[in-house]
Design a protein around this ligand. Sequence first.
Ligand SMILES: Cc1cc2nc3c(=O)[nH]c(=O)nc-3n(C[C@H](O)[C@H](O)[C@H](O)COP(=O)(O)OP(=O)(O)OC[C@H]3O[C@@H](n4cnc5c(N)ncnc54)[C@H](O)[C@@H]3O)c2cc1C
Length: 88
Amino acid sequence: MKKYDAIVIGTGSAMIIVQGLLSMNPDSRIAVIDKYRPRGICLTRGCIPSKMVISVAEIIADIEKTRELGVDAEIKSVDFGRIMKRMS
Ligand SMILES: Cc1cc2nc3c(=O)[nH]c(=O)nc-3n(C[C@H](O)[C@H](O)[C@H](O)COP(=O)(O)OP(=O)(O)OC[C@H]3O[C@@H](n4cnc5c(N)ncnc54)[C@H](O)[C@@H]3O)c2cc1C
């Protein structure tokens, strides 16, 4: 049977613990298990992907407000498929 110094389930913020253990002992044997894509929800389908969509919405809202500032800008189209592809 394989032996480990630590077994970590989940690769979100738990990786901070892994990093700490490895910085204390680079020879540590650590098993990391994740049932989904590694790196945790924040990076894979939470904070970062959602901001990639929200930031586009903010840019659109800013452009729509430019007329108040004396700038005549126009949004010709929004390629939502491309926005979602960039996010995934
Ligand atoms: C759409 C969205 C937007 C968000 N935006 C923000 C934001 O702007 N700011 C913010 O602070 N927070 C935000 N969050 C919350 C943030 O993503 C979470 O608070 C954060 O990811 C929690 O980190 P964690 O390491 O505790 O858990 P997670 O990131 O959920 O990591 C847990 C990991 O464990 C794995 N796992 C779970 N159960 C098992 C199992 N039984 N076996 C093996 N692996 C398992 C999962 O696959 C996952 O990779 C957002 C969340 C979502 C969904």
